[in-house]
Design a protein around this ligand. Structure first.
Ligand code: PEP
Ligand code: MG
Length: 575
């Protein structure tokens, strides 16, 4: 019988495909002590789990389809070999006896030892086998828990695999950028979490915060993912399938109709020109930005270059990445945000740092100022790349004007250093700041005195204004872009910047939500930056808006202190 699950829809249309369950890299297990008399039974439980895991692998081996890629057979035989090796089949048994601990704990200890050994290995192929060891261990953990393990099959059929995960970190998502999945679903995640942003950037149907999806869905089961309405249907019957196939076709037709406005300028009905820029995470995303008609890059989240590797990228590696974007974009402006790590974007080398409240800790520019070597290396790479295009710098998480002064000092010194080395660059590179902390929003005029431009980061601004963690789905109903306090902060920032004749743009998710385009236009915003997949939908809204006509509704929205009334006014605004 089919079941429906409800979560937060991230858009991207509708997908119908086969579930592919992925597991968390971190395996948490219970630890308890045994009485001496119970040790043999615990060892027998471990032996049975290993046997069960072996049977599963052998079964899979026997059912490999003839046309399957040869790697699949090799992959399974490697897993069988690892399972048979004494390090996994025997040593945990010995640990159970020596430490009188439960089987799960013994396996966890042994896994830690094995993984540490893998980390020492220099040879790349062998080092990569680390993940195979984890997968085999997960199979035993599952057997110990009495569940069938995950299938080790990669994407079931290229073109119809749906990734089902408890959670995906931004670092995991970067890996999935190159995969062939057609949709994503997760148990947790908020609507503007970085996982959601990445899912949106892939423009694939995705639903987050489904709570128990991963435990309710079987591997290879047929599922429908409706990213528009946030619904997942497991094991649908023929009638439901037919309905969703029809919806899929409608969606595809709508998408191709949008292509008709690709070459059009984004101008309102009453002739106001609007600039629509793209947000990107990695240099290759500039292709998608251009393909969707971006006027430039409004936000390059450079920290994603820092999430991929174990170590910091070198100056040259960064330079090549920035140069790639500069060259791809030609004469179009490119706003590159300096490293915004911390909070939920934790690179491997920072994982050990224990911070009581990461969202209020050493994050964004605070981390850069605390690590001047890392910051200045990035500034050098950015300045060198500025010789290849119209690069501007954007500083995240500003909360004190003093930070801008410190940044200027670093920037001036790095420029002087490069000049001495005879490097060509844009010596007068523009410096902008993200307005995403309420303190910066309230005192935006002081920041504008020291900056060439600003960009509003609504994702964090809403989180900090409303004290609602953007990653926590248990409070996502309180994460409200239409909260009167948010509207009034946005109006204040935009009006102040317009009054001081300094460019203001918005690069938070609000800028890419076509439902909010008219509201933002009405508040005076003329520059929007969003994920490439949103560009045409927002352009369509711009083209259909008459700023003169929406004025009375905008005034009513600004005067309203009631979220419910604001919601009704928004419907009127968009009708
Ligand atoms: C924001 O906070 O709105 C923003 C654009 O930055 P990020 O989502 O990367 O924190
Ligand atoms: Mg932010």
């Amino acid at each position: 019988m089919s079941i429906s699950l409800h979560g937060i829809g991230i858009g991207g249309g509708i997908a119908i495909g086969r579930a592919h369950l992925v597991s968390q890299a971190d395996i948490e297990v219970e630890h308890y002590m045994l009485h001496d008399a119970d040790v043999p039974a615990e060892q027998a439980r471990y032996d049975a789990a290993v046997r069960h895991a072996r049977q599963e692998l052998e079964q899979l081996w026997g059912s490999i389809p003839e046309n399957a890629p040869t790697e699949l057979g090799a992959f399974l035989s490697l897993h069988i070999m690892l399972l048979n090796d004494h390090t996994l089949s025997k040593e945990p048994r010995d640990l159970i006896a020596h430490e009188r601990c439960n089987a799960e704990w013994a396996l966890r200890q042994q896994l830690d030892v094995l993984l540490a050994q893998f980390d020492e290995i220099e040879e790349e192929y062998l080092r990569e086998r680390r993940n195979d060891v984890i997968q085999v261990a997960e199979r035993i953990f599952k057997s110990l828990a009495g569940h069938d393990a995950l299938s080790p099959l990669p994407v079931p059929n290229a073109g119809d695999g749906i990734l089902v995960a408890h959670d995906l970190s931004p670092a995991d998502m970067v890996l999935f950028k190159d995969s062939q999945y057609v949709a994503f679903i997760t148990d947790v995640g908020g609507p503007t979490s970085h996982t959601a942003i990445l899912a949106r950037s892939l423009d694939l149907p995705s639903v987050l915060a489904l709570r128990h999806a991963r435990s309710m869905i079987q591997d290879n089961e047929l599922i429908i993912v409706d990213g528009v309405n946030g619904v997942v249907i497991v094991d649908p019957d023929e009638t439901i399938l037919a309905e969703y196939r029809a919806r899929q076709t409608l969606w595809a037709e709508k998408q191709s109709a949008l292509q008709g406005i690709l070459k059009k300028k984004a101008v309102t009905r009453d002739g106001i020109e609007i600039e629509l820029f793209a947000n990107i995470e990695l240099p290759d995303d500039s292709v998608q930005a251009l393909g969707n008609g971006a006027a430039g890059i409004g936000l390059f989240r450079s920290e994603f270059l820092f999430l991929r590797e174990d170590d910091l990228p070198t100056e040259d590696e960064q330079y090549e990445a920035y140069k790639q974007v500069a060259e791809a974009m030609g004469k179009k402006p490119i706003i590159i945000r300096t490293i915004d790590l911390g909070k939920d974007k934790i690179p491997k080398w920072q994982e050990e740092v224990d911070t009581p409240n990461p969202a209020l800790g050493l994050t964004g520019i605070r981390l850069c100022l605390a690590e001047p070597q890392m910051f200045r290396t990035q500034l050098r790479a950015l300045l060198r790349a500025s010789a290849h295009g119209k690069i501007k710098l954007l500083i995240p998480m500003l909360s004190h004007v003093g930070e801008v002064k410190q940044i200027r000092k670093h920037l001036n010194e790095v420029v002087a250093q490069l000049k001495e080395e005879g490097v060509t660059m844009d010596e007068h590179i523009e410096l902008g700041g993200m307005i995403e902390v309420p303190a910066a929003a309230v005192s935006v005029a002081s920041f504008l005195n020291h900056l060439e431009f600003i960009s509003i980061g609504t994702n964090d601004l809403i989180q900090y204004t409303l004290a609602v963690d953007r990653n926590d789905d248990s409070v996502s109903h309180l994460y409200d872009p239409l909260h009167p306090a948010v509207i009034s902060l946005l109006a204040h920032i935009i009006e102040t910047a317009n009054h001081m004749e300094k460019p203001v743009s918005m690069c938070g998710e609000m800028a890419g939500d076509p439902n909010l385009t008219r509201l933002l236009l009405g508040l005076g915003l003329r520059r929007f930056s969003m994920l490439p997949a949103q560009l045409l939908k927002v352009k369509q809204q711009v083209l259909s808006t008459d700023l003169g006509k929406i004025r009375p509704t905008i005034d009513a929205m600004r005067a309203s202190g009631d979220a419910e009334e604001l919601r009704n006014l928004l419907v009127k605004l968009n009708s």
